[in-house]
Design a protein around this ligand. Sequence first.
Ligand code: HEC
Ligand code: HEC
Ligand code: HEC
Ligand code: HEC
Ligand code: HEC
Ligand code: HEC
Length: 389
Amino acid sequence: MRKVNLLPDLQLRLKTLISLIFFSIFLISGNSLLANISDEEDNSASEHQIHEDLQRGERFFKGLLPKDRKFETCVSCHTLHESDSLNWNPSAMDIALKYSGKDFTDFQSAVMEPNGKKMEASHKDFKIEVEDLKKVKMYLDQLAVTGPPPPGPTINMIIIFVLLGLLMTFSVLDLIFFHKIKYRFISVIILLITLGIQVYMIAEAAIGLGRSPGYAPNQPIKFSHKIHAGDNRIDCKYCHHLAEYSKSAGIPAMELCMNCHVLVREGSHSGKFEIAKVVEANETKKPVEWIRLHNLPDHVFFSHAQHVGIAKVDCKKCHGAVQEMGIMKQSSDLSMGWCINCHRQTKVNFKDNAYYDKYLKLHEDLKSGKLDTVRAVNIGANDCMRCHY
Ligand code: HEC
Ligand code: HEC
Ligand code: HEC
Ligand code: HEC
Ligand code: HEC
Ligand code: HEC
């Protein structure tokens, strides 16, 4: 008798356990997603006031306060997230970092006493209470430490996520206890589909935290090739003068920028903010940490001197229409096939270049008509050892 009774009892316990596990997984995953959008749970009483001020500062910056504001919200110009197109205004992070070590009065005069054309146009008619601005500074100081919030899931997605979770829980409970749905396989299908969608949503959110491919990174200074090499027709080699005679084309030092920016202190797009970074980097001699885009693997040898200095290949052939780029982006894939193809196609100006005098055999073949043109491949540019050592 006892033996027969024990089995259903155990089954029931097992069922309860399983459903509890499912339920808690659902609760935990739901909660952690929710926590992502609002870090507002901070119960420590002693920090309550600071927290409140920070929150007011944030609301003010984002334009939720004051209700009767007449000027644009700070965040509409000083954005929290980087965008894929060039935003010339300093980002929220930019101004946060600039003023994080400075006094409130510095910040106040920067915001409220605009100087320069761009600044006067952007910050005009600002009526801000000192108390409010203090809280904005607090918020920005905190931002400088924490960094911008991750692009979190939207409220809609969270609601969908929670509803799916409820559906999932229901089908689990129905499978084990209620048996309201006549055919069990329907519950199982609901369970699998909802679980699948949730996994997909989590994966999407995780991937979204990374960057999309083809993204041109925001550089520490908003340097534009379009403005310099395009609009102002500055020669590539004025800045990348190493390209002629060295392996690397090099990135210019701030001293070189200062040749012009000693005088040019305000840009028509960015105002004074970006050029001020150039001036400061030059004064402090702290190297600017440009994010490098073009990078061949270590096992490949490539020399600008060979291509630019000797073969006179135009920058454009490899780097595309740089003079039109507001933000620098890589235009060739730098694959082995790309190098090899160009070597097969590109003619070498063999006759008028003393460098090639050493290729006696090729010169003879040209004279005797055995060869009508010399291409890069003919002088060994596609030998493995030239590119791989
Ligand atoms: C006024 C100076 C200046 C001029 C003129 C200039 N550059 Fe640049 N170039 C820079 C600076 C600064 C960077 C680093 C910031 C960036 O990537 O935008 C750079 C970066 C680059 C890069 C990307 C390097 C990498 O892999 O990160 C390429 C390619 C390049 N320049 C090509 C050109 C070409 C081609 C021209 C002429 C059409 C040109 N540059 C004209 C200053 C200049
Ligand atoms: C040969 C002169 C020259 C050199 C060298 C030069 N610039 Fe400029 N730069 C200019 C001119 C001209 C402008 C345009 C000002 C305007 O917008 O009216 C400008 C504008 C800018 C702007 C603001 C763009 C805008 O429209 O708001 C930035 C930022 C800038 N330069 C950074 C640099 C950096 C970084 C370097 C060094 C890598 C550099 N510049 C080198 C001449 C130069
Ligand atoms: C219409 C766009 C716009 C709005 C709205 C705006 N700003 Fe700005 N802000 C700018 C631009 C553009 C600059 C850089 C101009 C320059 O440097 O010449 C700037 C610069 C700043 C600077 C740096 C000044 C410096 O030179 O170091 C601070 C700080 C700042 N803004 C704070 C704020 C705050 C706080 C608010 C909201 C109350 C706000 N801004 C609203 C466009 C805006
Ligand atoms: C034959 C193709 C080719 C030509 C022509 C060429 N480049 Fe490059 N460039 C490259 C490659 C490939 C890289 C990546 C090199 C590496 O990672 O070692 C590169 C990298 C760069 C960089 C990044 C810094 C460096 O040197 O690694 C700059 C800046 C640059 N090129 C500027 C120029 C300029 C300016 C010209 C014209 C004067 C030019 N390039 C002509 C292929 C070319
Ligand atoms: C736009 C065309 C073009 C592209 C793209 C190109 N090259 Fe070249 N390359 C040339 C030409 C032209 C020569 C012949 C110049 C010479 O050797 O004097 C050459 C020659 C060479 C040589 C032979 C140098 C020597 O010792 O004589 C090497 C090595 C080389 N390239 C490496 C590369 C690598 C690596 C890449 C790809 C990352 C590449 N090239 C992409 C045009 C190109
Ligand atoms: C003109 C220059 C050039 C020549 C010549 C060349 N390679 Fe490459 N090779 C490259 C470049 C550039 C890469 C890197 C490609 C990348 O990162 O996608 C590469 C990559 C490779 C790789 C690594 C594969 C990979 O996907 O990373 C191997 C293996 C290789 N080459 C073998 C050879 C052999 C064998 C030869 C002779 C038949 C040769 N290469 C000739 C430029 C060259």
